[in-house]
Write a protein that binds this ligand. Structure first.
Ligand code: HBI
Ligand code: FE
Length: 273
């Protein structure tokens, strides 16, 4: 399949795909667009985001302008040992997982255009920063993401990346968590989306599965529309515990099984709220 043409400028990327953020180069119009995106999403946070995200976002005070990654990294390092690495956009899996395993989160340096206010295919700085960075301040989540990075390098070696990518998709990107205030989002793709956040939690259509490693690893997903199904964890400690085991035996068993559709019921499906 022809590689999608990536949008960022990879010409000055290093061997680890890192680039300079060049914060001074952002225009006033870009900061204004970022503020509008931030205002829209942060208004949804009290109703739809998990408490850990809401708490971390409030502490970041990152709504006035496109954040300066090095300033945020200086605050993040002492809390969970993570830092932000500026990248031109999507980077090869090996480089991506190597960064995560070293507690470096790749954040795209460019911002979408006004025309992409409601939807963008490739992750931009708003998706990566608003969606992913706040939870890096949560110790259990931060620990899980580092383990996920190590798991990604192992999955690459085992040729099992598509299965692990589905797990990432249904947790880090589109995950829901049960809280005493009901189901809330912790997935970055939900938290940074104008419409899918409410759809995932209030929408009548989507199926909401209890956490199920095997079902997640086997369930396909679409990147260009709302999900047909979401998976619910009981908390970040639960996610960390349930993804700790060695996945090699699971990969061996699942790799020859067909990929499942999210909207086709299976006998073992455990639908929750
Ligand atoms: N690169 N910058 C960036 N951001 C991602 O989220 C990303 C990536 N490369 C690969 C990748 N994600 C996926 O293959 C994994 O999430 C499975
Ligand atoms: Fe993402």
């Amino acid at each position: 399949m022809k590689e999608a043409v990536l949008r960022g400028d990879y010409s000055r990327a290093g061997p680890d795909y890192a680039v300079e953020q060049d914060w001074a180069a952002y225009t006033g119009a870009e900061h204004a667009l970022y503020r509008r995106l931030y205002a829209r999403q942060s208004a949804l946070v009290p109703r739809y985001a998990c408490p850990e995200f809401e708490h971390a976002l409030a502490g970041l005070d990152a709504g006035q302008a496109i954040p300066d990654f090095s300033a945020v990294s200086r605050r993040l390092r002492p809390v969970t040992g993570w830092e932000i690495v500026p990248v031109p956009g999507l980077i090869p899996d090996e480089a991506f997982f190597t960064h995560l395993a070293a507690r470096r989160f790749p954040v795209t340096v460019w911002l979408r255009t006004q025309a992409e206010f409601d939807y963008i295919v490739e992750p931009d700085v708003f998706h990566d920063f608003f969606g992913h960075v706040p939870l890096l301040f949560d110790p259990a989540y931060a620990e899980h993401l580092c383990e996920y990075g190590k798991g990604g390098l192992k999955a690459l070696r085992l040729g099992a990346l598509p299965m692990l990518a589905r797990l990432y998709w249904y947790t880090i990107e589109f995950g829901l968590v049960r809280t005493e205030r009901g189901l809330r989002a912790y997935g970055a793709g939900l938290l940074s989306s104008g419409g899918e956040l409410a759809h995932a939690i209030d929408g009548p259509a989507p199926r909401r599965f209890a956490f199920d490693l095997e079902r997640m690893m086997r369930t396909g997903y679409a990147i260009d529309r709302y999900q047909d199904a979401y998976f619910v964890i009981e908390g970040f400690a639960h996610l960390l515990r349930d993804t700790a085991p060695d996945f090699a035996p699971l990969y061996a068993r699942l790799r020859q099984l067909p990929v499942l559709a999210a909207d086709v019921p299976l006998p073992g499906d455990h639908i929750v709220g």
